[in-house]
Write a protein that binds this ligand. Structure first.
Ligand code: PEP
Ligand code: MG
Length: 766
């Protein structure tokens, strides 16, 4: 029998009580236990909500309304949400629960104590997901009747459309997600805001605080552009202040919970926090971070001299996904010479171009198309389906910690927030480019990064004389649009052309082309895309990698519905293992290569990804032979991404591979059992782990013995330190990201000279 009471007081709660009190409640309990200034509170437990569902006979009815719901169908989603919410709102709460809530309220203070009533979903605030803003909060609630209504409304908000959608997308089961309600003394903040106890993108020990006048809701919801302060924990100093114009504030309102009012002109531009206040808040943030062991996203408020910590939860995105590092390096740095239309804060990194779609009302999001740039005053959780579709997000208001920023980062969508006037300056349909790192919106479509311009000047002789290296320095290319600027680096060839990006860009899976008898079109697209890269590198080797997209990356494309659902796509049906089992798909790629070879592009090498056994190489080669490829003359090689291929490298060499290239992004994850996309274990993702270096060292030496080119095309090949080590250990070529080429070439040259110098010195010393 369940013995958890309907009500728990803050003092009784610890983080282990998350199932009963939700992330918010557990965190408040913990914080109060370590002495942070948390306002008085009690929690209506998740068990009280369950009892309510059972006692009223609602449980099955609610679940039924959600079963088999297609959350992408807006109408169906809205309808199901209305039904479920209506059921919860109309049902009568038992006298026992009502009495206990009323009693707790009276115990907290007098009958007219003003409280905030906050939902606290029990899957909320877990480290791997943020339900920020998905359930309701009611502020300025006064009196028993209003409190009971607010509690019931919080329960109903568990079934709001945006909450259902968000949970479905994050893989939470509606049947098991629960809701607790935190009833807390309302702090009528004179100033308030949010704080990231470490930098949300880089993870540096920089506390970022955003604050504005009135209640913190204006900052959290993004309805105001707040002041921003950066406090360096190493020097214990405020290192940055950005004072914004704070036009509105949200204050308590007797009848409607809260109201938005204009800030008096004199206060609009004045600084919200003194340095001493920033330091004190940062100190509280540090206490929370130290206690929880991970950086926190904290809500705070100040009334007079009293500081309050209102909630704290882990920041959901710290660190860059390894798979994105190369991409963002390629993507970052749009041309300064292009006209900047608007600027704000870079809230989610990445570059994207597209057509502006201005949304003035959430009802208009139906018109937002895939790849558009969503421009709006501020996003709210109802916009999540639209936010997922778009290429980038631009808002007039909000800061680094507002809803738009948090969700954009989680979705990996570039975002610029707090531009003040994007909705009035940008026009519907206008083509723009967003730099989500630097917070800029440029006119038109830009595809040449700034770093490239510098590289180009070197090439045409404005810079120093070209550096010649004995170790080839090649470049990685993922999209044909980048071919010209990749070539302008003067790279010695392409060490990795990822063709899956050509396919993902078509928005149709290879299976779709096959099922719809559009094979020729598929071959043509591949051929044309690869040809653009080949034409940019005449006479230089270009290693084209056969398809390597995990099944989940195909899912949202046409035909994606036929992709298998895999628990672990990284370890699943991808790379050569899929091609060998899907000869139709493999053959189409080979057709494209054949055409290119026939057209005289004999610089094409074909590289097989995710090879784990020499038999796979032999099988691939034999299939190609069967399709008319002269496999003994063309250049076929493998990626070393799985420890088994590094261990068995000699067997691969005796099977006739013409080259091997370390795919360290995968080699590291498979050697160390560290998911390269998982920020929780990102600090354990060590390219220079001795086991990884051991595998690489052995493979290099074996390739050298056979006189076969050994290269690297993973992200580690763009790291000068790693490249120094690789050159010292005898690698024959490295392939780096476009923007890293100049630096890598310099590193290679310096290391080579060092080796020669050392050898000469050693000879002289003998
Ligand atoms: C790698 O694994 O290092 C690699 C280059 O392949 P991808 O990043 O495409 O998996
Ligand atoms: Mg790989």
């Amino acid at each position: 029998m369940n013995t958890v009471p309907n009500i728990l007081w803050l003092e009784e709660i610890r983080k282990e009580d998350i199932i009963s009190v939700g992330g918010k409640g557990a965190s408040l309990g913990e914080m109060s236990s370590i002495g942070l200034p948390v306002p008085k509170a009690f929690v209506v437990t998740a068990q009280a909500f369950r009892r309510f569902l059972v006692e009223t006979g609602l449980e099955q009815k609610v679940y039924k309304s959600l079963d088999r719901l297609d959350v992408e169908n807006n109408d169906a989603l809205e309808k199901a949400a209305e039904t479920a919410k209506g059921l919860v709102l109309k049902a009568k709460v038992s006298a026992a629960i009502r009495d206990e809530v009323k009693k707790a309220y009276r115990r907290m203070a007098s009958d007219d104590l003003v409280v905030a009533v906050r939902s606290s979903a029990t899957a909320e605030d877990l480290p791997d997901a943020s339900f920020a803003g998905q359930q309701e909060t009611y502020l300025n609630i006064r009196g028993e009747a209003a409190l009971l209504t607010a509690v019931q409304k919080c329960w109903a908000s568990l079934y709001g459309a945006r909450a259902i959608y968000y949970r479905a997308k994050q893989g939470f089961d509606d049947h098991t997600v629960n809701i607790a309600v935190v009833v807390q003394q309302l702090v009528n903040s004179e100033k308030a805001g949010v704080m990231f106890t470490s930098h949300p993108i880089t993870g540096e020990p920089l506390t970022i605080i955003e604050g504005s006048w009135g209640l913190g809701e204006s900052v959290v919801s993004g309805s105001v552009s707040p002041d921003k302060y950066e406090f360096d924990q190493r020097t214990e100093k405020v290192v940055n202040r950005l004072i914004s114009t704070k036009k509105i504030e949200i204050i308590a309102d007797g009848e409607h919970g809260t109201k938005t009012v204009e800030v008096a002109t004199g206060r609009q531009d004045s600084q919200v926090l003194s340095d001493a206040e920033v330091a004190k808040l940062a100190m509280y943030g540090k206490i929370a971070e130290n206690h929880y062991g991970v950086p926190q996203d904290v809500e705070w408020g100040i009334v007079g001299d009293a500081f309050y910590i209102l909630q704290s939860r882990p920041i959901t995105t710290i660190g860059t996904k390894m798979s994105e590092q190369g991409a963002s390096a390629e993507k970052s740095g749009a041309k300064e010479s292009h006209k900047i239309l608007v600027q704000g804060q870079g809230a989610s990194p990445g570059i994207a171009s597209g057509k502006v779609s201005i949304i003035r009302d959430v009802k208009d999001t139906g018109g937002v198309k895939e790849g558009d740039i969503l421009v709006t005053r501020m996003t709210n959780p109802d916009m999540v389906p639209a936010m997922k579709k778009v290429a980038a997000i631009v808002t007039d208001e909000g800061g680094m910690t507002c809803h738009a920023a948090i969700v954009s980062r989680e979705l990996g969508t570039p975002a610029v927030v707090g531009t003040k006037n994007a909705t009035s300056l940008l026009k519907d349909g206008q083509l723009v480019t967003i730099d989500g790192e630097r917070g800029l919106v440029y006119e038109g479509v830009i595809d040449q990064p700034l770093q490239k311009q510098q590289a180009v000047s070197q090439q045409v002789g404005i810079g120093p004389a070209p550096i010649i290296t004995a170790t080839s320095v090649k470049v990685n290319v993922s999209i044909p649009e980048a071919a010209a600027r990749a070539a302008a680096t003067g790279a010695d060839g392409v060490g990795l052309l990822r063709i899956e990006h050509l396919i993902l860009g078509l928005n149709k899976t290879p299976g779709w082309f096959i099922t719809n008898h559009r094979e020729e079109e598929f071959v043509r697209e591949l051929h044309d895309g690869i040809k653009i890269v080949l034409d940019a590198f005449p006479g230089k080797p270009v290693w084209v990698r056969t398809l390597d997209a995990p099944t989940d990356e195909f899912r949202n494309m046409m035909g994606g519905e036929n992709e298998p659902h895999e628990h672990n796509p990284m370890l699943g049906w991808r790379g050569i293992r899929r091609d060998l089992q899907s000869p139709d798909q493999f053959r189409l790629q080979v057709e494209a290569f054949k055409q290119l070879w026939k057209e005289g592009y004999d610089n094409v090498g074909v590289m097989f990804p995710m090879v784990s056994h020499p038999d796979q190489f032999v099988q691939a080669k034999e299939m190609m032979r069967g399709w008319g490829v002269d496999v003994e003359t063309v250049t076929l090689g493998i990626m070393i991404e799985i420890p088994s291929s590094a261990i068995l490298i000699e067997d691969f060499l005796t099977c006739g591979i013409k080259f091997a290239s370390f795919g360290t992004n995968d080699l590291i994850q498979y050697t160390l059992a560290i998911d390269r996309n998982n920020e929780n274990v990102a600090d354990m993702y060590q390219p220079k782990h001795p086991a990884v270096l051991h595998l690489i060292h052995n493979a290099i030496q074996t390739c050298r013995k056979y006189g076969v080119e050994c290269s690297i095309c993973g992200q580690a090949g763009s790291d000068p330190k790693m490249v120094e080590w690789l050159v010292e250990h005898g690698i024959s070529s490295v392939s780096a990201n476009i923007d890293a080429i100049a630096k890598i070439r310099e590193t290679v040259a310096r290391t080579e000279k060092h080796i020669i110098l050392e050898a000469a010195r050693n000879r002289n010393a003998e």
